[in-house]
Design a protein around this ligand. Structure first.
Ligand code: KIV
Length: 281
């Protein structure tokens, strides 16, 4: 095999081996510029099917297609050097059979350059996870609140409270036993997430789960405060970029209406002039 000069990315086995050590930092990204921003800070970057709701205005993740995931996956790949890139398998692309899952996961990997895929579901997905991992496709599992099953759950509700904890525990053991290299725990009680994290041999990655998880993940637009429509309890906003953008847009609109933009420094003279470094004429 010939050598390449590609930067060295985090690998799925390295993620598994880091179980119980320093927590993993994971975020979603959907575009090249955002991938460039998160790469230096994250161990794992997920091209989540949340892209449908975040960037495409869909009401849920159910309308997201494989082609959308490939398009955003390719964009994110161009912005990453270091972080492990995982791409979500969208609703309808893997549930029918392990063979269907393999065909679509192989396409995701070949066309985006991702190193792993994520699929939602626990016990019901074990044959598929085994089939994929046995054929060279690392799988991140996703249990608890699995947004693609929002209709079956009757909403985005906390999963695994009371007697329901057994179901989530069975899901966790099943995906670990089937060969998943890590598992996302979404919207499960803190105590259950702690128990699962302590008992599983693979890392848990929490979202609305517990600080005890082996890693944490958030949707990038949520933590940057890009929109104000709703604010899940489990999201901490580290910035209010949506509010800042709104102020900037309103200022621009006002300046255009008052002919204060463009100003003298934004327009061109008749003769070419020296331009400041970093500016382009
Ligand atoms: O699609 C997504 O962004 C996700 C994360 C929230 C885990 O699945």
């Amino acid at each position: 095999m010939s050598a390449t000069n590609e930067a060295r990315s985090v690998t799925p086995p390295e993620v598994t081996a880091r179980k119980g050590k320093q927590p993993f930092v994971c975020l979603t990204a959907y575009t090249t510029p955002m991938a460039r921003l998160v790469d230096a800070h994250c161990d794992i970057v997920l091209v989540g099917d949340s892209v449908g709701m975040v960037l495409h205005g869909l009401p849920s993740t159910l309308g997201v297609t494989l082609d959308m995931m490939i398009l955003h996956g390719k964009a994110v790949r161009r912005g990453l050097d270091r972080a492990l890139m995982v791409v979500d398998m969208p609703f309808g692309s893997y549930e029918e059979s392990p063979e269907q899952a393999f065909r679509n996961a192989a396409r995701l990997m070949a066309e985006t350059g991702c190193a792993a895929v994520k699929i939602e579901g626990g016990e019901t997905m074990t044959d598929t996870i085994r089939f994929l991992t046995g054929r060279g496709i690392p799988v991140m599992a996703h249990i608890g609140l699995t947004p693609q099953a929002v209709n079956a759950f009757g909403g985005y509700k906390v999963q695994g409270r009371g007697d329901d904890a057994d179901r989530i525990s069975r899901d966790a053991s099943a995906v670990a036993g089937a060969g998943a290299f890590s598992v996302v725990l979404e919207k499960v009680p803190d105590s259950l997430a702690r128990t699962l994290t302590a008992g599983l041999a693979i890392p848990t990655i929490g979202i609305g789960a517990s600080p005890a998880c082996d890693g944490q993940i958030l949707v990038i637009d949520d933590m940057l405060g890009m929109f104000t429509a709703f604010r899940p309890k489990f999201v901490k906003r580290y910035a209010e970029l949506g509010r800042e953008a709104e102020t900037a847009i309103a200022t621009y609109a006002e300046e255009v209406r008052q002919r204060r933009f463009p100003a003298a420094e934004h327009v061109f003279g008749d003769a070419a002039k020296d331009v400041k470094q970093g500016d382009k004429e």
